[in-house]
Design a protein around this ligand. Structure first.
Ligand SMILES: [Zn+2]
Length: 471
């Protein structure tokens, strides 16, 4: 056994980095998943995005693979010699240029909110003698503007490189977060500055992973895409989409049901929740998230992963709560992905059509997965409501970061479950200081069943941000 390889999941590193580089805009539509299929004569790089992969992304990946394959064919090139460094520079410049729109979006968050908030806190005289802070403030003033004017998209390549090279200067924000009474203000800027330089790190990972995987990559690589899913209207009706009906379906035992509703009432106003459910969630359209498009593609085709003992699907964002549960519950033995555990209302299961390959097996697996997911969701909901402390707060004064969940679950898989729940409704009452809320849901593509969770504002805006509904 090659122990070095055992301890370094290079395939994971490669697809994570490549998927991150593919999602060149911050919007939810651009969330991209990547997996590697091993064929006898080549490696196929599979791409899927929440709303389909744009030709520009395919073109970008093709160009990236030219560099990757050159590295694979030239084992003497590595990060410590000139050939390797020059190749990394070429890759980095290409990735940064392609991702300028996303980097610019993070830059905008810094300029509009994060940096002014920190600078306001550091304007006091008590910080004047702190050399770390002086250097940090000077870095911001020298690099976040050009001649007193905000930077443009064309400046993002340079800015991202500088952020990466200067990351040691940003460490002072961590210290300030610990020392200050307002850690989130400093943490937010620290994270955003890290995101500006993150693509540079991803490029290094691509080069490092390519060196280890070169015997596979040198055989040839090709890009293929899995089509995006068709948006489908939410399958719920107002009659079933309310707290009372949801609770009825969730609890067979009426005492248990009444206890649940009674407990819920101490936390939320059920009438308000019913209103929000009807107002916010009945009109949306569901999609299949990118990582599940890839997973179902492999289930449909029976293709081999690069390493079938390590079936990993990389994604530009950590998996949402429902994708995570789906992947973990799948009998195919997929590697657990990182997850932010947030819920999105417009989630649905992969579509399965009768005449497709392996349709019967996939449907059977989905039923099994759904049953497991329902158990998980029900357990999480019960725990959440049972452990939540305090009354409904009428004022938006909480900074709690999304630990609330309210689910609803149907009980019969065969019938149309039409169930629903919602989650993070607390944020409707106690919005976070940052814009956007989030939400989630699940519904079966076949109207066979559904699991839903709920919530708020713009799903898409939230999906693409780091906000969202935590569990
Ligand atoms: Zn998802």
């Amino acid at each position: 056994m090659n122990l070095f390889r055992y301890f370094k999941p290079w395939e994971k590193s490669f697809v994570d980095a490549l998927s991150y580089a593919c999602a060149y805009k911050k919007e939810a539509a651009y969330v991209t998943a990547v997996a590697l299929e091993k064929r006898p004569d080549e490696i196929v790089v599979w791409l899927a995005a929440n709303q389909g992969v744009e030709p520009a992304v395919v073109n970008f990946v093709n160009n990236t693979l030219i560099i990757v394959q050159w590295l694979a064919a030239n084992p003497s090139a590595h990060l410590r010699n000139e050939d390797g460094k020059a190749t990394l520079r070429l890759l980095t410049e290409q990735v940064l240029r392609f991702n300028s729109p996303k980097i610019k979006a993070y830059y905008g968050q810094i300029m509009n909110l994060a940096a002014p908030a920190v600078m306001g806190k550091l304007s006091g005289k008590e910080y004047e003698g702190d050399s770390e802070i002086v250097i940090f403030k000077q870095w911001l003033s020298e690099n976040l503007q050009k001649n007193g004017v905000q930077l443009q998209e064309a400046d993002m390549v340079n800015l991202a490189s500088k952020c990466h090279d200067s990351r040691h200067i940003f460490g002072v924000l961590r210290r300030l977060a610990i020392e200050s009474h307002d850690p989130p203000t400093f943490e937010r800027l620290f994270k955003l500055l890290g995101k500006l330089g993150k693509h540079v790190v991803m490029c290094k990972r691509i080069v490092e992973a390519t060196r280890v995987l070169r015997s596979d990559f040198a055989r040839g690589m090709r890009v293929e895409t899995v089509p995006g899913s068709r948006p489908v209207p939410m399958p719920f009706t107002p009659r079933k989409y309310n707290i009372r009906d949801i609770s009825n379906r969730m609890f067979r035992d009426t005492t248990e049901r009444d206890q649940f509703i009674s407990r819920l009432r101490t936390i939320y106003n059920p009438d308000e929740l019913d209103r929000l459910l009807a107002q916010e969630h009945l009109s949306g359209k569901t999609i299949v998230h990118a990582e599940l498009l890839i997973l179902d593609h492999f289930e449909r085709t029976g293709g081999d992963f690069l390493n079938n003992a390590d079936k990993y699907i990389g994604c530009s964002k950590p998996a949402c709560y429902l994708c995570y549960q789906y992947i973990c519950s799948h009998p195919g033995g997929y590697v657990r992905p990182p997850s932010h555990q947030k819920l999105y209302v417009k989630w649905r299961l992969p579509d399965i059509r009768e005449n497709e390959r392996n349709a019967a097996t996939r449907l059977r697996n989905q039923d099994q997965i759904l049953r497991r997911m329902i158990e998980f969701v029900r357990r999480d909901l019960k725990n959440d409501i049972a452990n939540r402390v305090g009354k409904l707060k009428p004022h938006p004064d909480s900074t709690a970061g999304g630990t609330s969940t309210v689910f609803e679950i149907g009980t019969g898989l065969e019938a149309s479950m039409g169930s629903l729940s919602f989650q993070e409704l607390r944020q409707q009452f106690e919005p976070e200081p940052k814009p956007g809320i989030s939400s989630a849901s699940a519904s079966s593509a076949q109207s066979r069943s559904s699991i839903i969770t709920a919530s708020s504002e713009s799903d898409e805006a939230e999906y693409s941000s780091d906000g969202g509904v935590g569990i």
